[in-house]
Design a protein. Structure first.
Length: 178
């Protein structure tokens, strides 16, 4: 299974480096010299990390296959993937998006919706949950999501007051304004 780990942004400098939007919890483990990534669109071929450094809060990568700014510009918007077989899960206590999507969300033992996506954010990740009343973003932290049972096909959510109702109220207000 392939997992998205980054999206390539704009070129950085003239030596073929690019900025990337990091989509992994472990950039220091994933973006090391010699790491090889599959790329979509596939017309770009695979890319091998030549260099990785942080410029303020932005990761800047150089690839063996990219020698100049023109080639770096061609990569803008491409997505980097890593084969999960290449990932060492020994110390990894997290989950990949493909493992979470489709899981039933249970609140107080009752089905409340289904996980449709995982948004990797700088401060904390968010689960995107489709409910009968619309989409709800759930902070993916242990206090709110104490149990993830991939094999059982569900996660348990202990939402703070109003988390699921807030979305319902917003949609009702939008309906009244129309």
């Amino acid at each position: 299974m392939k997992v998205r780990v980054a999206r390539i942004g704009k070129p950085h400098g003239i030596r073929g480096e690019v900025t990337v939007q990091v989509l992994t919890d472990s950039p220091e483990d994933r973006f090391i010299q010699g790491a090889e990534f599959d790329v979509e669109p596939v017309s770009h071929g695979s890319l091998t990390v030549r260099s990785a450094r942080w410029n303020k809060d932005i990761l800047v990568l150089g690839f063996e296959e990219v020698a100049d700014r023109n080639r770096a510009e061609e990569l803008r918007g491409a997505t980097l993937f890593l084969d999960t077989e290449d990932v060492d899960d020994e110390d990894d206590e997290g989950w990949y998006e493909h493992e979470l999507v489709g899981l039933e969300v249970r609140v107080d033992g009752e089905a409340a919706g289904t996980v449709s996506a995982l948004q990797v954010m700088p401060a904390q990740d968010l689960l995107v949950v489709d409910t009968p009343s619309g989409e709800v973003l759930v902070p993916f932290v242990e206090e709110i999501v104490p149990e993830v049972d991939v094999e059982g096909g569900f996660i348990v959510v202990v939402p703070p007051p109003g988390l699921f109702e807030l979305n319902t109220e917003s949609e009702a207000q939008q309906g009244e304004e129309a």
